[in-house]
Ligand binder design. Structure first.
Ligand SMILES: [Zn+2]
Length: 286
């Protein structure tokens, strides 16, 4: 192992810890944003006994393990989901980081695609929004405008600032691709929602999903829309069938679609271009 490799693993570990801390903050956002509460004040407290949580009991992931998943004071069990969100965010942050290439150094765990440092920050932001939106959707069946409309605006801003997001060199080209992606994402899903309502006589897709697809298009362009739409529909269908087989009626009747969109976006973000290439190759080779 070279000295560079050691540094690489060291930074990967730091990124994992950073992701876990972001996940810890996400837990606060997921809990407070739908209630219209501030995400900074007051500091975290136990949902049962309301005792403020001291910093040494609020260390991401570790505290949960050391306190045995219970409040230190009143011993009420803390949902394992807090731990899950922290671990998930840490892993996704790490996965984005592993695609970074610095000065052409090819990392031992490096994946084939290469992101620049600004891209890494953009994709961390995307992970942040998707994790937040998904869990709020699971809890409340809504995708807050802060995530969806906020995502569209941030998609425009970062497309102009980081043209590499759309494999461009000029900011204006990148911004136009972002506009087109948002328009197609929003427009197409809007049509799906309208026709779905006409055909099934009930809400097939919420307006939050429509706005979320606008944000997806703003960050990833038009090609992502079709991929995400098809892939998330498959995931949703599989989940629906699984619920039917397992006879989970309460889940079957109302499934939030946001998490499936989020999962499809993550797959596109990490492997999308190679998957599309694979598909085109399958079509063109007789
Ligand atoms: Zn407590």
């Amino acid at each position: 192992m070279t000295q560079l490799d050691i540094m690489y693993y060291y930074f990967a570990f730091i990124v994992f810890l950073f992701g876990a801390s972001v996940g810890s903050f996400l837990n606060v956002c997921i809990y407070r944003i739908p209630e219209d509460l501030s995400v900074v004040k007051p500091r975290s407290f136990c949902p049962k006994c309301k005792t403020p949580i001291p910093w040494y009991c609020n260390v991401p992931m570790l505290s949960y393990v050391f306190l045995g998943g219970k409040c230190k004071y009143c011993k009420v069990p803390i949902s394992s989901r807090y731990f899950g969100v922290e671990l998930l965010t840490a892993l996704l942050f790490l996965l984005v980081w592993l695609k970074l290439s610095v000065f052409g150094y090819s990392a031992p765990l490096g994946m084939t695609e290469i992101y620049s440092v600004p891209q890494v920050f953009c994709y961390w932001l995307v992970v942040f929004g998707l994790v937040m939106g998904s869990f709020i959707d699971i809890d409340h069946y809504i995708l807050p405008d802060r995530v969806t409309l906020g995502g569209i605006v941030l998609g425009f801003i970062f497309s102009a600032l980081v043209p590499a997001l759309h494999q461009q060199e000029h900011w204006l080209k990148s911004l136009l691709i972002s506009f087109a992606g948002a328009a197609i994402g929003f427009g197409l899903l809007w049509l799906v929602a309208i026709f779905g309502k006409l055909i099934f006589k009930k809400e097939a897709m919420g307006f939050g999903d429509v706005k979320l697809m606008g944000a997806v298009g703003a960050f990833f362009g038009i090609s992502s829309i079709f991929f995400v739409l098809i892939f998330s529909s498959f995931l949703g269908a599989f989940f629906g069938i699984a619920c039917m087989i397992l006879k989970k009626k309460e889940l079957q009747s109302r499934i939030p679609f946001g998490p499936f969109i989020a999962a499809a976006v993550l797959v596109f973000m990490f492997w999308g271009p190679s998957l599309i290439d694979l598909y085109i190759n399958m079509l063109t080779i007789p």
